[in-house]
Design a binder for this molecule. Structure first.
Ligand SMILES: Nc1nc2c(c(=O)[nH]1)N[C@H]1C(S)=C(S)[C@@H](COP(=O)(O)O)O[C@H]1N2
Ligand SMILES: [Mo]
Length: 333
């Protein structure tokens, strides 16, 4: 994002999959069936599990119950695209680098320190954190500030579940997320493209919003390393870069924390970073996006995918717009 390069929008390293109206219809039908199975108390539906297993037989399953409150009619982005077209600068700046290089990340053993202005600070072992609350399957859009988007069946639970357990003090106004920075595991740290470790932040009410997902898996399996194993955030109404990967520390603070992208380019990346089609990035428009995997008939992924209108708050305005009442989101971008 820092370096102006049209390559990000070209997405020429994406394997495109051709989508026919029939496939779209079939996929919707499968998803509705899955949602129905969830309502009947079934565990992980067969469609996600089958697709992930076919492409990654070594994957470890992460059982979850579909949450019907978070169903989309959009077709889910193919597993192959979700796991090979990534932003994870600790493993390189090309979209294909994380899938190639993240094999050196060791997601176990792993601990997450929850600290700062809370009554019950605690260092959680990743397995305890995984079991802290029931794992849910939720389908969310993820939209990158670079102009591409995906639709992904994530597995996790609301971050609020964890926040309630550690009991923030009255003085806690923001939450800072610090991610792993280990040169032995992450070859990209040798490059000064960002101020390591990668950090992000949310206002406490944003962090408490039920949509904010502490995420342990996708497509019914534990997170692949390149997608932020073993635990990441997904904040679906904000640009993808707010969704910090491979988190090691969650800190409750009084003042708005510094964030890696804001430090790198403050005029381009603000603290809030809500998806906003009306506020252009200084170097490109944010009015439209291309859905990865939607290009027809060729290996040029994002380039030939049809443009879609970007929705305010990435389509989640009804749920989250009230958080920003009275704020000028052109200034607080
Ligand atoms: N630690 C860390 N987290 C990160 C990033 C990163 O470079 N490092 N990139 C962000 C960006 S810009 C995006 S768009 C999403 C991409 O998530 P995905 O690769 O799982 O689609 O991760 C976000 N989280
Ligand atoms: Mo991004």
């Amino acid at each position: 994002m820092l370096i102006p390069s049209p390559k990000w929008l070209r997405g020429d390293d994406v394997a495109a999959s051709e989508i026919t109206p029939r496939e779209v219809f079939e996929s919707r039908r499968r998803w509705l069936a899955l949602a129905a199975a969830g309502a009947a108390g079934g565990a992980l539906g067969p469609w996600f599990a089958r697709e992930a297993l076919a492409q990654n037989p070594a994957a470890q399953k992460l059982p979850a119950t579909p949450n019907n409150a978070y169903v989309l009619t959009d077709k889910a982005t193919p597993y192959d695209d979700v796991t090979t077209y990534n932003n994870f600068y600790e493993f390189g700046t090309d979209k294909s680098d994380p899938a190639r290089n993240a094999g050196s990340l060791r997601p176990r053993p792993w601990q997450v320190s929850v600290e700062g202005l809370v009554k019950r600070p605690k260092v959680y072992d990743i397995d305890e954190l995984t079991r802290l609350a029931p794992q849910e399957q939720r389908v969310y859009r993820l939209r990158c500030v670079e102009g591409w988007s995906m639709v992904i069946p994530w597995t996790g639970y609301s971050l609020a579940e964890l926040i309630r357990r550690v009991e923030p003090q009255g003085s806690a106004k923001f939450v800072e997320f610090v991610t792993l920075a280990d040169k032995k595991q992450m070859p990209g740290l040798g490059s000064p493209v960002l101020d390591w470790p990668y950090t992000e932040g949310l206002r406490l009410d944003e962090a408490m919003h039920p949509l904010t997902l502490l995420t342990f898996g996708l497509y019914g399996e534990v997170l692949p390393n390149q997608n932020g194993a073993p635990v990441r955030l997904v904040v679906p109404w904000k640009y993808g870069f707010k969704s910090a990967k491979s988190i090691v520390k969650i800190r409750f603070v009084e003042k708005q924390p510094r964030t890696s992208w804001n430090i790198a380019a403050p005029q381009e990346y603000g603290f809030y970073s809500n998806v906003n089609p009306d506020v252009d990035h200084p170097r490109w428009s944010q009015a439209t996006e291309r859905r990865i995997g939607e290009s027809k008939g060729g290996g040029f992924g994002a380039l030939f995918a049809p443009k879609r209108k970007t929705l305010p708050f990435n389509g989640y305005a009804q749920q989250v717009a009230s958080l920003y009442q009275g704020m000028d989101l052109r200034k607080q971008f």
